[in-house]
Design a protein around this ligand. Structure first.
Ligand code: SD4
Length: 290
């Protein structure tokens, strides 16, 4: 018998997984669960890689990326959007209220206002101070498990056995203006196929985009791999393209229709949360390197 409902998310975001579980345990659907879950991190000013409080780009602007995907393969995304606290909810509106899948920059922001979202200053004093400090040297060197520490990708399997997912981030700190990572790209930062399962990613987005990581993992599950084996193969594909230089982090998590889960990363330090009737657990991820 399948384990459900169930939620899984990147990193130790226990408040987000608890929120999603609250929705799921009362029979709520997976789409609402992932949206409500990741919104907890978007709203948290202490999380410096998602939503309010996110680290800015090198010009001092906080630009947010997010996407969402439902059981029917519908999806929506916003890219490099400023001044809106809940990009995942705007992504859901793109999915539900427009004929499009992605809106970027100013267009996304205008659409959000039209949908009733309020203008919000996303740059906190703390993130601003750190950025001013960074500007003194302006060295762009993402630090493993630190700069990448907070993107939230979440997948849920609801009581009806349906899967949805969401992913939201402020992206790599001090990125170039206009840079977009994997997180809002369907297939890269997130993919759900309700016949099979779902996958989502955290880490250096450029590498995830190059291998269309989350889509790859779902396809590997379609071919019979467990979520764990599929995540491991996903990381190995990235390693194969980076034989000489592995000084960056990638973490993948996945779920299938049976409620089996998996996670894998390059460097130790990544973990993921699961919440089901079996409990609320922070799972240290296995890693490619020791
Ligand atoms: C990105 N994957 O924009 C994101 C970064 C990330 O925690 O995971 N940050 O490339």
């Amino acid at each position: 018998k399948a384990v459900r409902p169930l939620v899984i998310c990147t990193w130790d975001f226990h408040k987000a997984s608890a929120k999603a579980w609250e929705v799921l345990k009362d029979g709520g659907n997976a789409l609402d669960a992932v949206e409500q879950g990741v919104k907890v991190e978007e709203a948290d000013p202490d999380n410096q890689t998602v939503g309010v409080g996110g680290r800015p780009d090198r010009d001092g602007n906080v630009t947010l990326d997010a996407c969402i995907m439902d059981k029917d393969g519908n999806c929506g995304a916003v890219l490099a959007m400023q001044n809106i606290a809940h990009p995942v909810s705007v992504a859901r509106k793109v999915m539900e209220e427009t004929p499009h899948v992605m809106l970027a920059g100013k267009g996304a922001e205008q659409f959000a206002y039209a949908m009733g979202f309020k203008k919000t200053d996303l740059l906190t004093q703390r993130s601003k101070q750190e950025w001013l400090e960074w500007k003194k040297t302006s060295k762009y060197e993402p630090v493993i498990n630190i700069e990448n520490h907070d993107t939230i990708g979440m997948l849920a399997l609801d009581q009806d056995g349906d899967i949805s997912g969401a992913c939201t981030t402020s992206g790599m700190a001090y990125k170039m203006a206009g840079r977009v990572g994997d997180s809002p790209i369907i297939g890269a930062g997130l993919f759900v196929d309700n016949e099979i399962g779902g996958a989502t990613a955290t880490g250096v987005g450029e590498e995830v985009v190059r291998t269309v990581g989350s889509f790859l993992i779902v396809e590997l599950m379609r071919q019979g791999k467990s979520p764990q084996d599929a995540c491991e193969e996903g990381v190995k594909r990235i390693i194969a393209k980076n034989k000489d230089k592995q000084d960056f982090q990638i973490g993948f998590i996945a779920i299938n229709k049976k409620g089996e889960t998996g996670g894998y990363c390059i460097h130790p330090g990544f973990s993921y949360r699961t919440y089901s009737e079996a409990g609320h657990v922070n799972n240290p991820s296995k890693s490619y390197l020791e």
